[in-house]
Design a protein around this ligand. Structure first.
Ligand code: PLP
Length: 434
């Protein structure tokens, strides 16, 4: 099997570091093995870098590219709109159509507001929750990511030695420079343990419970049977706003996101990533009585680029395709084959590992014999070995995230899956003892 090398990327990142800190524009692109990559172009399920490598892409830009890199319908819609106007600072029919599609597809969506990033959408959902309940406290879960802002970047990646008691995790800041006072109203619980949420909400002082309804950022973990239902009931009983952060799961695990797939409807949900196949679109959707408070004045939601016309054209084209019958079923079948193939390759090599989650976003963890239930379980996985594996995969033309997640698109067809499994079979050899 020919091996890719990344010398040119390494060199250009070093040169670019003189004008861009680290040579990258997001924390999450920094420090990856063997080097951050520099790309020339992308097509279908593949990326092409400046070293001349063709890489099968399971990053998918951390989720958005659900229709692959060159969807003809999205590109045509975007090109047409670019010639008709980019940003109006006002409304457009495309925005209304995008909103209609979101409301048609997503169970909780009686109303929707657009924003430009998932981080912003989560801020709006939390602000709205505080305004409608008149309460300040927010409950979040260990290992769940809701953007990089000061008010939510707590206990996302707590190191083992800082965890605190399991039932009362410490509130661990995710960044130097983070405003400590922004976390004063944030309480952290372990996920997938309903009784702890039920007990905490009884005090009646929590504005919102926010969670990834399928834990994607720190491991592909599904909620335990009855968990979401119990949290839903406790929120209803105590007048607490239940927010599902569907920035990853939205329009990815099904047309109705995790809530559509799992059958539990939150009060508010946030979306981004797959909603517009690579354009900067996010959304907050939810109950009309809550969302309409945004129309009454008093609760401020701004954003120069919100519902930008070209991005709205991409949203409409993306959602129309995702709403086409059969789209998710085809992705699901190929993703399942990929998951099973990876699982079998690891077993054949005698490597202890779990392959968990859903075919459109799954997670591979080395060194774990049983699927994790929450964040702390995932800390037992062998991350160093996994980085060795993703580095070996990259050398064999497959780009997968170092943190274990694999994103799938409609363009990962059977041939791409076969090529991936062949590369995987070869790459696992780096994990075997010499
Ligand atoms: N929420 C979740 C679950 C995410 O995974 C992310 C980003 O990865 C965000 C929010 C923040 O979204 P953005 O990066 O668009 O600000």
């Amino acid at each position: 099997m020919t091996r890719c090398s990344f010398d040119r990327s390494r060199q250009r990142i070093a040169e670019a570091s003189r004008i861009i800190p680290g040579g990258v524009s997001s924390h999450f692109r920094h420090g990856v093995s063997p080097t951050p990559l520099v790309f020339e172009r992308a097509e279908g399920a593949c990326l092409f870098d400046i070293d001349g490598n063709r890489l099968i892409d399971y990053y998918l830009a951390l989720g958005p590219m659900i229709l692959g890199h060159t969807p003809a319908d999205v590109i045509a819609a975007v090109q047409e709109q670019a010639g008709r106007g980019i940003l109006f600072g006002g409304q457009s029919e495309l925005e209304f159509e995008a909103a209609r599609l979101v409301c048609e597809m997503v169970p909780c969506a009686e109303r929707v507001r657009f924003a430009s990033s998932g981080s912003e959408a989560d801020q709006l959902a939390l602000r709205l929750s505080r305004a409608v309940t008149g309460r300040s406290k927010v409950l979040k879960f260990e290992g769940h990511y809701h953007g990089w802002m000061d008010s939510v970047l707590w206990s996302v990646a707590t190191p083992s030695e800082q965890l605190g008691p399991e039932a009362r995790p410490s509130r661990f800041a995710g960044s130097l420079g983070q405003d400590a006072s922004a976390g004063e109203n944030v309480e952290v619980l372990p996920w997938n343990q309903a009784e702890l949420v039920v007990e905490r909400l009884k005090r009646g002082d929590v504005a919102a419970v926010i969670m990834e309804p399928i834990m994607c950022n720190s491991g592909g973990i599904l909620p335990e049977p009855g968990y979401l239902e119990a949290v839903r009931a406790a929120c209803t009983e105590t007048g607490t706003v239940l927010i599902f952060d569907e920035v990853v799961t939205g329009f990815r695990v099904g047309p109705g996101g995790a809530q559509g797939r799992l059958g539990v409807t939150p009060d508010l949900a946030t979306f981004a990533k797959a909603i517009a196949n690579g354009f900067s679109v996010a959304a907050v959707a939810g109950r009309a009585d809550l969302m309409d408070r945004l129309a009454g004045g008093g609760i401020l939601h701004g954003g120069t680029y919100n519902a930008q016309a070209v991005a709205m054209a991409a949203t409409v084209a993306t959602l129309r395709r995702l709403g086409t019958p059969g789209t998710y079923e085809a992705m699901e079948a190929r993703g399942r084959r990929l998951m099973d193939g990876i699982d079998q390759a690891l077993k054949r090599a005698g490597i202890t590992a779990t392959v968990t989650g859903l075919p459109q976003i799954f997670h591979v963890a080395l060194g774990m014999a049983e699927p994790g239930r929450h964040y702390r379980d995932m800390l037992t996985s062998d991350r160093q070995a996994y980085v060795r594996l993703t580095t070996a995969l990259l050398e064999r033309g497959v780009r997968a995230l170092e943190r274990g997640a694999w994103f799938l698109s409609t363009e990962h067809d059977d041939a791409i899956v076969d090529q991936t499994l062949a590369a995987f079979e070869d790459a696992v050899s780096v994990l075997k003892p010499a």
